[in-house]
Design a binder for this molecule. Structure first.
Ligand code: FRU
Length: 577
């Protein structure tokens, strides 16, 4: 009866629509007014407040927005402007132009678009009241307030602060408009985001690069005894070139008037990493250069002053075309097992695969090449810090952590800071990664459960422990157990004792026992897991979003009893508080 009525109504509607369209074929009924596009629509702002809040709709057509200050073009960006209700608000910091007139010009704007009229000047960013409390905001990992981030750039210690610059799209949820974002920290753990430091210019968007402190003022950019902080970056226009910018306050950077400092070699050349080589008293730059026939190389340049560079050597591409050397090289020296008389040079690239060898200031000679790096998913383009004070002497790395955060006004993040070391193994020296000790300052409450022997029929010793932000430390002897399995907020991290592998949400990684023991550290955040095993030889990064209400933890043994020397759960504080 009901079905017949519905079919009847549907048929009548269809008939009505057909008759109507037959009578007036050219009239279409829609909810949208057909609109013309206005070319170069403009809105002027007399700047009295710090920000312009800009409405963004993810996936909307990209429009080119030109920012003019007192009539002069300052920067051009491509924005997915919302013509109606926005998904989120980006912001442009206009404080440098207080008292001036800023004009935003849009190349094409539908006549009925509210994009320009809804831009809101303000002294705070829209959504500030909820900042760092968003549901998918990593609480242990740095992410930018708004927009997209990829590679960490310019990691360095300057004037008592750790500086983290990064590839930033301040105006979109996806990759575009590469600026260098900027954050500082006094402890490597808690970061304060500052203004972006370099924006796209006539040389192109600002791609990845590094930073150094010019202690001897070789560049002449130092001022009143204050050494210059120099950024070395790729400007990815046509041609793609290497440029520098400098600062003496660690906040404001001036692009060098003599840019570029290295001209294009091939079109994709990029990602300069620079360091001071004391034995030859020269700056050395490692640069990714793709050669024809898909050969990936690292070019080594040297310079007395950061301004003038000459080619010193080129890595051999090898039989596979040097595939592992693609993008974002880093190059540093480390002692093997802390032995200062046994130092090796390590060449890494974006994938985290690496080579170990010697370096004479001109040429890198690998002894072992294409060694595997991290074993998980989502780790890319890592870089190590420059100018860590000598008395500290650590080699600290941060990577891009590909954590997608749908529905948030920001996207992607950074790994926790990692300490790198070289350790001797039967196969030769290998890199280890461990969390920096500063992270211990996040521990709010510790549950200690060892010593403990866990049998297959034991009750879950972690049953009473609940935590949102977790650091779990375990040291155990698997004995005759076949598997030791942890559940952290819905993620499974198992140790397969037969194959000596770590299995993280189904992904396998070799994790050999050391002295018959396994040592695991697991960090769990709202956006992912970071896991360290086998004394840091195994590092598994894994994007993962636990269910918000699931604070459960568990551990169980299969096939035999497991002896835990350490079993600790640390409830962690947020890095943002
Ligand atoms: C790596 C990379 C770099 C480049 C940058 C651009 O993720 O492709 O090679 O400089 O990103 O954002």
């Amino acid at each position: 009866m009901k079905l017949i009525t519905i079919l009847g109504v549907a048929w009548m509607l269809l008939l009505g629509a057909t008759l109507a369209s037959a009578a007036e074929p050219s009239i279409v009924q829609t909810n949208r007014k057909t609109t013309a596009a206005i070319a170069n629509a403009r809105r002027e702002f007399r700047i009295e407040k710090r920000y312009l809040n800009l409405p963004i709709k993810n996936g909307a057509p990209k429009r080119q927005i030109t920012t003019l200050v007192n009539g002069k073009v300052e920067v051009k960006n491509d924005l997915e402007l919302a013509d109606g209700a926005p998904d989120w608000w980006a912001f442009m910091d206009v404080s440098a132009w207080r008292g001036k007139t800023v004009t935003l010009q849009v190349d094409k704007l539908p006549e009925d678009s509210t994009a320009l009229s809804s831009i809101e000047p303000g002294d705070s960013i829209k959504g500030a009241e909820n900042l760092y409390r968003e549901p998918l905001r990593g609480q242990l990992h740095f992410s930018s307030r708004r927009g997209w981030n990829n590679d960490p750039n310019g990691l360095a210690f300057y004037n008592g602060e750790y500086h983290l610059f990064y590839q930033h799209n301040p105006y979109g949820w996806a990759w575009a408009n590469m600026h260098w974002g900027h954050a500082v920290s006094r402890d490597l753990v808690r970061w304060e985001e500052l203004d972006d430091v370099i924006a796209p210019d006539d040389f192109g968007p600002m791609f990845s690069g590094s930073a150094v402190v010019d202690w001897n003022n070789t560049s002449g950019f130092g001022k009143d005894g204050q050494p210059a902080f120099v950024l070395i970056y790729t400007a990815a226009g046509r041609p793609t070139v290497q440029c520098i910018a400098y600062s003496t306050d660690g906040r404001h950077f001036t692009k060098f008037s003599g840019n570029p400092v290295v001209k294009q070699i091939t079109s994709g050349n990029r990602d300069p990493k620079v360091f001071w080589h004391e034995p030859t008293r020269k700056w050395v730059m490692v640069l990714y250069v793709g050669l024809p026939e898909k050969k990936h190389t690292i070019h080594f340049f040297t310079s007395p002053n950061l301004r003038d560079w000459s080619l010193a050597s080129v890595t051999e591409a090898g039989a596979d075309g040097g595939k592992f050397l693609f993008e974002c090289p880093d190059f540093f020296e480390l002692p093997v097992d802390g032995d200062a008389s046994n130092q090796k040079w390590v060449l890494t690239a974006a994938s985290s695969e690496y080579a170990i060898g010697t370096f004479d200031g001109v040429k890198f000679t690998p002894e072992q090449s294409k060694l595997p790096g991290q074993r998980g998913k989502g780790f890319y383009a890592a870089q190590t810090f420059s100018d860590i004070p000598k008395q500290d002497g650590r080699r600290i790395q941060i990577g891009w952590f590909r954590t997608e955060t749908k529905g948030m006004p920001f996207n992607q993040s950074m790994t926790i800071p990692l300490e790198l070391k070289l350790t001797a193994t039967p196969d030769g020296p290998r890199l280890t990664r461990t969390p920096v000790k500063e992270l211990e300052s996040l521990r709010a409450k510790t549950h200690e459960l060892a010593p403990l022997t866990l049998k297959p029929d034991s009750a879950n010793p972690l049953a009473g422990v609940r935590a949102e932000l977790v650091e779990l430390d375990a040291k155990f002897e698997p004995g005759d157990a076949s598997e030791v399995s942890f559940n952290v907020r819905g993620a499974t991290i198992s140790y397969d004792a037969k194959t000596q592998e770590l299995v993280v949400n189904g992904d396998r990684a070799p994790a050999p026992l050391r002295d018959g023991k396994q040592r695991l550290t697991i960090y769990c955040d709202r956006t992912g897991l970071e896991i360290f095993a086998s004394g840091g030889l195994t590092y598994v990064l894994m994007p993962f979003q636990p269910k918000a209400a699931n604070f459960d933890l568990a551990v169980r043994a299969s096939g035999g009893a497991v002896k835990f020397n350490t079993l600790q759960v640390h409830e962690l504080k947020s890095i943002w508080k």
